[in-house]
Design a protein around this ligand. Sequence first.
Ligand code: UTP
Length: 475
Amino acid sequence: MSKSREQQKYEETLARFRNHGQERVFRFWDDLDAAQRQRLLDQAAAVDLAALKRAHEANSGNTGARPPKLEPVPVVRLPAHGGDAAAFDRAFETGSQALADGRVAVLVVAGGQATRLGFDQPKGGYPVGPVTERTLFEQQAQKIRGLRRRYGRPLPWYVMTSDATDAATRALFEQNDCFGLPAEDVIFFRQGMVQSLDFEGHLMLEHPDRIFENPNGHGGSLTALLSSGSLDDMERRGIDTVFYYQVDNPLIQIADPAYLGFHLEAEAEMSCKVVRKRDAMEKVGVVARADGKVGVIEYTEIDDEHRFATDDDGELVFWAGSVAIHVFSTAFIRRVAESADELLPYHASAKRIPTIDDDGQPALPAEPNGHKLERFVFDALAAARSVCVVEADRKLEYSPIKNAEGADSPTSARRDLIAVYRSWLEAAGIELPKDGTAIEIDHSRVDSPEDARQLGIRRCDEAGDAIRVQAGESA
Ligand code: UTP
């Protein structure tokens, strides 16, 4: 770019930012070299200042809105909790047929930064296997390989990354030969980034030539599916149903046929899996109707009257905790993504944001200094013409890795994974290793109690490497 064109571009951009009170982004301009200036101008060109202003206004102070009126939603209950076992069998058949017809894709959101876990690689690379330390991605790929074999269809896997995880995620898949899946059926797409704001609504600099940005939240999956062309790719492949999950739950039952079946039978546009909250104070969002529209009410947003409300049996009225496992129709994803400004608002959370001081020196504050903005996938629920909510058994389906220790940590997730394996072995009449023994099952070969039964064995060591037991402990 010639000097005068650069100058002109700079002046136009500066004027646009000044109009929004954001000109401090350019305060180090005079100290930047040509390449740095270009980088900053390129980044600035993509900033949607009006959207940021709306996000700041919506998230700052008291909006004066009255809290919504909450009502519980109807939930398809598990047979063990009074649900209809025959309906589960029918739904299983319906979902299996959709898988056999090749109508289903799997979508994992894996663009998060794993700050609570403190893992500097993509979370999907976390070694979760209790015996072999296989990663979350490898374990999920095994499940997909098993489903491909069972249903004779490709079951394409769409992996959402972010700037924070993209290169490392692709490298991990490459180094591992796509974990045994054909490369054409593993499709990476990258979510967008959004700028953080200080508490006054100003952009923040990460470097003199760089505005601080973070991945735009799991809700960014819906817009990125559209903008990356992945949604078109799905439709080209004849897919109309998408199974959505988060990368950090080693108990995930990928493309669970009964869940898919309930979604399809209800002609739902979006579905939710829920588990019973452990207690009223558990930090999990609940699925409920808010002013008539289904949504997830976050634990920070529910007031005590609803949080503690119980029915005649003393059970929580708002018991249905969301576990972020959804099914979508592709048409619905398109509709939401096309109207994302309206349907997927940015939510702000106060964070410690690494920025620079007035001398351009790095400064990580001890206290939160600004808001990260994120879109939440469950905000799409309000736009769905029909929603289906299905109960899941937490101990068989949900034990996420969020924290380095304590609840929802690698230790609790491995413990719960081993408990699932033990339940499969027990149901199949296979002798159980002694308590506390690490067990690991190859999900491409055994992914349910029925699969374990079909092995026709009595002891784990007869299963070869389909079932591994910690060295010296084989039963
Ligand atoms: P979390 O909100 O638990 O975030 O994301 P995280 O990145 O795993 O961990 P923290 O909050 O930094 O400690 C739930 C799921 O949503 C994905 C994550 O990868 C995870 O699978 N996610 C989150 C994205 O894909 N993009 C985002 O912008 C945020």
